[in-house]
Structures are given as structure tokens and as C-alpha cells.
Design a binder for this molecule. Structure first.
Ligand SMILES: CC(=O)N[C@H]1[C@@H](OP(=O)(O)OP(=O)(O)OC[C@H]2O[C@@H](n3ccc(=O)[nH]c3=O)[C@H](O)[C@@H]2O)O[C@H](CO)[C@@H](O)[C@@H]1O
Ligand SMILES: C=C(OP(=O)(O)O)C(=O)O
Length: 421
């Protein structure tokens, strides 16, 4: 099992190239199930979740070719199975997104229930009730969602009583091959949803309103293959910017999408960073100063993203002043806090608030990554902690960050991966 060893590092400095977004790539790759011919995807990040998606698509009988380091061709026009097994689904919750497209194109699908994970229970009731509203028969048996429909799914007006990224994506894909019009009300507005809608439209679909809370999909009879370039990863970008802020550094992120990061950039400015942006780059300069603590509450987009919460908890722990970070999306997303305590961070957990007094002097320790973004927060802490930090269980990290040690190393961080047999 691999570990990361991080030593106290100088202020991060230099340029880092941002990869394609994990959370856009997963639904976009899965949307190839809708098409009647091959799709080519570029800017695909090299991640464990992408490998899992490829295994899942191949398991259905799709042909997947790696064209170059970050491009894939997927031909899912003929499948010999519509079953997603527990072995694959349990390692990647986004596998549930195959349900909508399989049902819309093949009239049936069996998908293992993803189950809970470290950050929360994460039910899929909205995905299932939305598909039922479109005429599907959905049963949950022996841990599997077994869904079927006679003929085509039917367009419907679906109001989701919680804002869900995954349910919006699943229903958008299902509706794109349904008969008639579907209106998704209280839809999630994340940039990754807009990316998926653009991809479906590139296949010949008719999706309008993505990026607002009302998405209108006119179902078409068939969708064709397309070529699609995946959106830059806003969470990877934000993670590097926070790492630079915590180390009092100055970096530039290239191949980024500044317009997707308003809430994060605004908090970094409050923390004292000088931020500049261009069409596809963002620079941050702390002018050698320590960050100031910020207060924030996670919210669906365009609010502050829950996937950046852990990184800001580390920022607040070492910052000047008091801050309160409130998590409103997932019920158990502070697993990094006990690990940060092991490094000497002064953080009080009060319900769903992480309260910091700031200026913690961190000391390196052996810590355990419990989920993807918790891992990132521990690495950032390791960059400013005295001595050596060892981050264990980094398979979580490898789900969502491409070559993080090489990218941080390129900015001057002292970070090394070791394989332990
Ligand atoms: C692969 C991917 O894109 N993952 C992202 C996606 O996850 P994911 O799509 O799983 O997250 P959702 O937006 O669906 O979850 C938001 C909230 O709604 C709840 N819920 C969701 C569906 C449902 O049927 N019932 C229900 O109660 C969840 O438990 C959670 O409390 O959005 C999250 C919220 O921005 C991000 O943290 C994840 O990184
Ligand atoms: C929670 C995350 O991802 P997933 O939904 O794939 O678990 C994340 O990207 O931070």
C-alpha cells in the first residue's frame, strides 16, 4: 500500500497544470452508453475512478481504447450486459450514474446499490423516484437496484426536494432518450452538470437550462457519438491554491476554469491572497504573509463547495484569527479533524461547525486519509508542519488527484510516495 511522506516545505512557487475534472469526466464517460457510435473524450484525468469507470464500461461489453495519455475512445453502441456488480460499484459511488442511461437505451438495468461511505449515508432515493416518475419499475433486491420499463421512458415533470448533483445527472441522461419532454425542477447547478449537458447536446441531444435550477430535456430517439473535451477540475485547482496560501506562496494554475471557482476565490481573497485570473488561468500571491482565518458554509453551487471544506479547515487551523466552517451537505464530513488534532491543530467540533482559533503550530505525525478531500487537507497540513508527516491509505487520494506528488513537487513541496509491500 502506498504512503506519502511530506516534509516542511518552502512557500509553493511556480506553475501547475490542472487536469480534467473527475466529477465531470465520470458522468461524461458514462454518457457514452447513450450513443449509437463511438465517442472520443479528451482532457480525461488519469485517476483511479476513471480506471474503475473503464472497467465498468468494459464489463457491459463496451470497447474502450486509450488513444493517448488523456484521451479515450469509447464505443458502447453494443452491450452484452446491463449489470453493474458490487465489486466495481463499491469502490466508486458515481457508478449509480449508469442506471439512467442503461434504462433509457436498453429498457433495463441492474446496478448494485453503492452503500454509504465515510462522509455520509448518501442515499439514492431521488435517482430512483425520478426514474419511476418516467415510467420505470424499480425494485431493490439483494442489494441491487433492478429497473425496467416497457417501451421508452416517458418525459415527466420531476421536482427534487433536495439539490442532488448525481440525481440531476442520472435523470438528465435518462430523459435525453425518453419520449417527450422532461423538466427537472430544483436541479443542481454545478459546472459539471453543464459539462454533461454540453456533451449530450454534442451527441445530438436537446438539453436546455443546465446551470440553472430548471433543466428542460426534449427526448430524442437516438444519440450519436461525439468528440468532447472535459472541463478543468475546479476542486483540484482550489486544492493547489489553498496549499499555496497556507505556505505563504505564489503560484499560477494553468488550464483552469476561473468562472467555476467564484466562491473559493472570494474566500481566498478574504484570507489575504492576491488573486488574478485570465481566460484559463488563476494566480495567487500571499506576498509572504500568513493567511487570515475565514468563516464559510458549504452550499450547493454557486455556494461554497463541500469538496473544498477540508482544505479550508487546514487553512483556518494555521491562519491568523478565528473562523467557523459549517458543513451542510454531508453529515459526517469532518473525519480529517481528528487526524489534524494528531498534528497539533486546535479545532473544536461543535455539531456541523469546525471552530478554529488559528495560529496552530503543526507538528508532523503519522495520519490516516479517510476520504478523498480529507487526504488533501492532511497533505496541505504536512507542508507547513515541523518535521515529517506520513499520510497513510492514500488510495482515497488516487481516486481524485492526478499525479499530486509530482505536481506539488514541481511547486517546490517536499513530498514523496513510498510503496510498502
Ligand atoms: C462524482 C461526483 O460528482 N461527486 C460529487 C457529487 O456527489 P453526489 O452526486 O453523490 O452528491 P449529491 O449532490 O447527490 O448529494 C447532496 C446531498 O443530497 C443527499 N441525497 C442525494 C441523492 C439522493 O437521492 N438523496 C439524497 O438525500 C446526499 O446524501 C447529500 O447529503 O456532489 C457532491 C455535492 O456537491 C460532491 O461532494 C461530490 O464530489
Ligand atoms: C466526495 C467526492 O467524490 P465522490 O462523490 O466520487 O465520492 C469528492 O470528489 O470530493
Amino acid at each position: 500500500m502506498d504512503k506519502l511522506i511530506i516534509k516542511k516545505s518552502p512557500p509553493l512557487h511556480g506553475t501547475v497544470t490542472i487536469s480534467g475534472a473527475k466529477n465531470a469526466a465520470l458522468p461524461v464517460l458514462i454518457s457514452s452508453l447513450l450513443a449509437n457510435s463511438a465517442c472520443t473524450f479528451t482532457n480525461v484525468p488519469n485517476l483511479r475512478d476513471i480506471t474503475t469507470t473503464i472497467l465498468l464500461l468494459r464489463d457491459f461489453g463496451a470497447k474502450v481504447n486509450q488513444i493517448s495519455a488523456n484521451s479515450l475512445e469509447i464505443d458502447a453502441s453494443e452491450l452484452d450486459s446491463v449489470t453493474a456488480s458490487y465489486e466495481l460499484v463499491r469502490t466508486m459511488r458515481a457508478s449509480i450514474l449508469v442506471l439512467g442511461p442503461l434504462l433509457a437505451k436498453y429498457g433495463r438495468a441492474n446496478v448494485s446499490l453503492p452503500g454509504g461511505c465515510a462522509i455520509g449515508a448518501r442515499p439514492v432515493n431521488l435517482h430512483l423516484s425520478g426514474l419511476e416518475k418516467m415510467g420505470a419499475k424499480v425494485d431493490v433486491e439483494e442489494g441491487y437496484v433492478r429497473a425496467s420499463v416497457n417501451g421508452r421512458l416517458q418525459g415527466a415533470r420531476i421536482f427534487m426536494d433536495m439539490v442532488s448533483v448525481g440525481a440531476t445527472e442520472n435523470l438528465m441522461m435518462a430523459a435525453s432518450l425518453a419520449q417527450g419532454q422532461t423538466i427537472l425542477e430544483n436541479a443542481a447547478r454545478e459546472p459539471e452538470i453543464v459539462d454533461l449537458a454540453n456533451c449530450i447536446n454534442a451527441m445530438g441531444g436537446k438539453v436546455r437550462g443546465a446551470g440553472t435550477d430548471k433543466v428542460i430535456i426534449d427526448g430524442v430517439e437516438t444519440l450519436n457519438g461525439c468528440t468532447y473535451d472535459i472541463l478543468p477540475d475546479r476542486i483540484e485547482t482550489g486544492t493547489f491554491l489553498v496549499a499555496a496560501a497556507v505556505t505563504r506562496g505564489s503560484i499560477r494554475c494553468e488550464k483552469a476554469a476561473p468562472a467555476t471557482l467564484d466562491a473559493v476565490l472570494s474566500k481566498l481573497e478574504q484570507a489575504g491572497a492576491v488573486i488574478k485570473t485570465g481566460p484559463d488561468w488563476i494566480s495567487l500571491d500571499m506576498k509572504g504573509k500568513a493567511p487570515k482565518a475565514v468563516s464559510l458554509k458549504t452550499m450547493p453551487h454557486p455556494g461554497f463547495p463541500t469538496d473544498m471544506q477540508a482544505q479550508f479547515v487546514t487553512l483556518n487551523a494555521v491562519a491568523v484569527g478565528n473562523g467557523v466552517i459549517t458543513e451542510t451537505i454531508f453529515e459526517n464530513r469532518f473525519m480529517h479533524v481528528p487526524e489534524l488534532h494528531r498534528m497539533g491543530a486546535q479545532i473544536e467540533l461543535e455539531g456541523n461547525n469546525a471552530v478554529t482559533q488559528g495560529s496552530s503550530k503543526l507538528k508532523g505525525a503519522q495520519v490516516m486519509a479517510t476520504d478523498l478531500r480529507a487526504s488533501a487537507s492532511l497533505i496541505i497540513a504536512g507542508l507547513v508542519a515541523e518535521g515529517e508527516t506520513i499520510v497513510d491509505r492514500i488510495y482515497h487520494l488516487d481516486r481524485g488527484y492526478e499525479a499530486i506528488e509530482a505536481k506539488l513537487g514541481g511547486l517546490g513541496a517536499h513530498i514523496e510516495r513510498v510503496s510498502v509491500k
